[in-house]
Design a protein around this ligand. Sequence first.
Ligand SMILES: NC(=O)c1ccc[n+]([C@@H]2O[C@H](COP(=O)([O-])OP(=O)(O)OC[C@H]3O[C@@H](n4cnc5c(N)ncnc54)[C@H](OP(=O)(O)O)[C@@H]3O)[C@@H](O)[C@H]2O)c1
Length: 386
Amino acid sequence: MSSYQAALVVFVVGYSFFFCIYLWFCFNIKQKELRSFSRLTSYFTFVRNVSMDQEKRYAIVTGGNRGIGLEICRQLASVGVEVILTSRDQSRGEEAVEKLNASGLSNVVFHQLDINDPTSIACLVKFIQTCYGKLDMLVQVLDENVHLVTNFIREPYELGEKCLKTNYYATKTVTESLMPLLQLSRSPRIVNLTSTYGDLYWFHNEKLKKELEDIDNLTEERIEEIIQGFLTDFKAGKLQENGWPLTVSAYKVSKAALNAYTRLMARKYDNMLVNCVHPGYVITDMTSQTGFLTAEEGAKGPVMTALLSNNGPSGVYFDQTQIGSFSSKNLPYTIETPRWGHCETPPHAAGLDVLGSILRPKDFPPPGENPPPPGPLTQFDAKRQG
Ligand SMILES: NC(=O)c1ccc[n+]([C@@H]2O[C@H](COP(=O)([O-])OP(=O)(O)OC[C@H]3O[C@@H](n4cnc5c(N)ncnc54)[C@H](OP(=O)(O)O)[C@@H]3O)[C@@H](O)[C@H]2O)c1
């Protein structure tokens, strides 16, 4: 081998050796780069997640000035949600907010809302749009229930009509008005406060019951036809004849209609969690300060539902914190003696028959009035009948 050939071999081997080292080096760098790139992306993902977690969430609570609504405001604010406490009365609402602020919850503000006044609703929408740009939770607590205890047996038509106007129609208007702002949230939630009185157990017209249960075929128009049919029968004294609930009828129909509307909304907006919650029998003004639960305990179900994670259920009825039924086979509550709250005048002293009427089994009117509707016997009835 000439010296020239030997030099060539050394050059080729040397070159190959260095080329291999170069390749190995490049490959390693690339891996490192890739690793650091993925580290970078995971860092950005982390930063984005943290900022998402820290992104402020805004909740409107209607009827937030007292009772369960006030407690919902307190509990949501305690976990860092920015709460807009609404009340129809400016001074009552401001007073409630002042109390919450004074307890260290500075993340609660007041805005007036009379849900029966379209100007008031528009004003709230404008406020949320301008100040926050989106809405994450709409918790609809308020309802027209002043007549619930005082007119338990004989509910005047005018109050019944007012009850449906507020509890169904106005609640629906508020929902529709705030829907565009809810759509701007990453995790929109609607929580409608309902009651065991909205259970279809109280309806004795099987055809109507089936229609309200059949959520795949039910429409908003049909719900409204049903409400109008109820009002017509209510006025004509045909509640029993046509199988409507017989006591606090309008309240029961309003909650059943709200339940059905909640389910329709859940079906229509699959990016949202839309649910209804029965808070339990809670010691508030509505129950003349009787009940089994404090407002703090009663607020737990609605708060849990407002804070459900994105994979939570939608179109569901929660009985406090447990999923329940829209149409129970048996009496949808237990018969026990309620606890007394701090009322100055106990309901019976005020001429109200809370224990005897709210806790009366089934839809049982007093003797001499409409007889109880035919239906399956509950365990309680069976015991009573020996
Ligand atoms: N307490 C219970 O045992 C129980 C049981 C089942 C379901 N619920 C449901 O839980 C929710 C809250 O009940 P609660 O016991 O806390 O009632 P509450 O103590 O009587 O409070 C009712 C709230 O609604 C407001 N409101 C009533 N009518 C209104 C109207 N027309 N326009 C604007 N605001 C109105 C009241 O405001 P003002 O102060 O201005 O009157 C108040 O903030 C209701 O949806 C109720 O049906 C309660």
